[in-house]
Design a protein. Sequence first.
Length: 63
Amino acid sequence: MHTFKVSGMGCGSCVAKITTAIHAIDSKASVNVDLSQAQVKIESSLAYELLASVIKNVGFDVQ
């Protein structure tokens, strides 16, 4: 499981953007977004760096 601190998320649309983008590269990934904690947890066999770049590519900052 990979955990990301993501800034710039604030609504359901943000959750959908991230989830859709992750599922586009790994349809079996489990994506859990916690807006109140600004945290995204992803269970996937893909590398942390690849997942982080996908989140960045849809417009969010990953710390």
